[in-house]
Write a protein that binds this ligand. Structure first.
Ligand code: ADP
Ligand code: MG
Length: 494
């Protein structure tokens, strides 16, 4: 299939319209990227995709065509899940992409790879369900009941298996993504778009997606997550069952639906949204441990609300880690925001980064963010994250992968939360849980070394003292800054 034919197909489908008007300048880049991706697919897969597109007929709408394409490519399927609730996209497109979160399978058990079906059927005490329960980008979920003869109990479980041929398809695609970075950078220059570090971004994405097919790692994560949330009565992590192999994960069946579809009244929806942010962002953040884990793929298909209104966290293939020092630096950024100390914010950002920053450009980003604070933005968690975005987008420096993954997690989760309850805010939850942590750790503070930041709030007694002492200076810095903003504004109008 020639390059020309693919381009013609993409143009006729007008794939660029996926991007909202504000990002219209990036539409040619999207088309370039997509045609590069399709061109590099093995001939047989590409003809399969195109055949399906042609068979859809002239009357078929854009979203159905898009869905057909994304279904056939696991990496695109994954991307579709991530952006499915991004409010910058049209509602029609979002509704289409949300179908990728979890699909009711129309396939029968017989469609599973024969050797896997045989393995499952031969496990003693197991009775397989008639057909798969669900499927998503990588896995098929098959329900079963099992009887524990020694205890005379029957339980409900699910087997998670890889979809037929998905590992091969995923690896083929990851190879293409690897080359896509430098191609996009070239095309950016051609279209006159700002040069972003696509290579590094795609490289980290490939590393992460590779984990999607690694079931032993997911089983490890499930065990760790079960222990991590063991004391949270409203949170469920599926318990592993003793039939796991490196190709099969057997776990407790969760009886529920996607959090966004939960049939519960508004008040409870608010509670559910707060609980999501609390357990998935605030808990790993306000934790004194050297390293904490977080669920790194929180799209709605992986978050269930059970009948008894508990929150179940499914699909632990992707888990991220946050280091203690990174949490300290993030808090230092927010503190610098409160006290209007640009130098403190710059220092914390430099500490977080993995490349040397361009000092003056970093200072420009920080000054702009401090100005936002003077204009009434709360210098909290969301503000600090936005500041890091602006630093990364201006190509001032790059940040470690785990931090980027945490940011992506927060963005995905925020859009899920917005679909559950309109008024749930990450800042409110972070503040409320942070204050609670502060009071819990208060007795230990009495005995702590002044500079120790071993606490869950990541603040030393000296930090607190300095905050108290610099309060008048902070007010002075605030008013001086506000006065300068005013002069700049007047100069602009003159
Ligand atoms: N333990 C479980 N109990 C009930 N349903 C589950 C369970 N695990 C997964 N599912 C269903 O299967 C879907 C796909 O499983 P998931 O682990 O998310 O696979 P993938 O890696 O392909 O996204 C989920 O969206 C959910 O609907
Ligand atoms: Mg999933």
């Amino acid at each position: 299939m020639s390059r020309h034919a693919i381009r013609e197909l993409l143009d006729s489908l007008d794939f660029g319209r996926m991007l909202p008007e504000d990002y219209a300048a990036y539409r040619p880049l999207l088309i370039d990227g997509l045609s590069y991706f399709l061109e590099q697919l093995p001939e047989q897969r590409l003809s399969g995709i195109l055949m399906e597109q042609f068979s859809l007929g002239a009357a078929c709408c854009f979203t159905d065509r898009l869905l057909s394409l994304l279904h056939q490519c696991p990496t695109l399927h994954k991307l579709g899940q991530i952006i499915a609730r991004d409010r910058r996209l049209s509602i029609k497109l979002r509704q289409c992409l949300q179908q990728l979160e979890s699909i009711s399978p129309n396939s029968q058990l017989e469609k599973l790879p024969a050797h896997q079906l045989q393995t499952l059927q031969h496990i003693p005490g197991i009775k397989l369900g008639r057909q798969p329960l669900a499927e998503a980008s990588i896995a098929v979920i098959v329900p079963f009941t099992w009887t524990d003869k020694s205890q005379g109990k029957t339980g409900h479980g699910v087997f998670k298996l890889l979809k037929e041929g998905v590992t091969e398809r995923l690896l083929q695609e990851l190879e293409i993504w690897r080359g896509l970075g430098s191609f996009l950078e070239e095309r950016c220059a051609y279209h006159g778009l700002p040069l972003l570090d696509y290579r590094e971004t795609l490289e980290s994405m490939c590393l992460l997606l590779r984990q999607e097919v690694c079931f032993e790692q997911e089983q490890q994560h499930l065990l760790q997550a079960s222990a991590y949330y063991a004391n949270e009565p409203h949170i469920l992590v599926p318990r592993l069952l003793p039939f796991c192999t490196d190709e099969i994960t057997a776990m407790e069946r969760i009886d529920g639906c996607k959090v966004t579809d939960a049939p519960i009244p508004l008040q409870k929806r608010n509670l559910l949204a707060d609980r999501l942010l609390g357990c998935m962002i605030a808990k790993p953040f306000w934790d004194p441990a050297e390293e904490t884990m977080f669920h790194a793929d929180p799209h709605a298909g992986n978050l269930f609300c059970t009948r008894d209104e508990k929150l179940a966290l499914l699909d632990w293939t992707l888990a991220g880690r946050l280091q203690k020092q990174q949490r300290i630096d993030l808090i230092q950024i927010a503190l610098g925001g409160i006290t209007q100390e640009a130098a403190r914010v710059c220092q914390a950002i430099e500490h977080l980064g993995q490349t040397q920053a361009d000092g003056s450009r970093l200072r420009n980003c920080v000054d702009a963010a401090l100005r936002e604070v003077r204009q009434g933005h709360f210098p909290g968690f969301a503000w600090a994250q936005r500041l890091l975005d602006s630093v990364a987008l201006a190509n001032v420096m790059s940040f470690p992968r785990n931090l980027v993954l945490f940011r992506k997690t927060l963005l995905t989760l925020s859009s899920v939360v917005a679909d559950i309850a309109e008024n749930s805010s990450v800042d409110q939850i972070m503040l409320a849980t942070g204050v609670r942590e502060f009071f819990t750790e208060a007795p230990q503070r009495m005995l702590a070394h002044p500079t120790a930041r071993t606490f869950g709030t990541h603040l030393s007694n000296l930090d607190l003292l300095a905050l108290w002492y610099t309060a008048p200076n902070s007010a002075a810095a605030y008013w001086l800054g506000a006065w300068q903003d005013c002069l700049t504004l007047l100069r602009g109008r003159a």
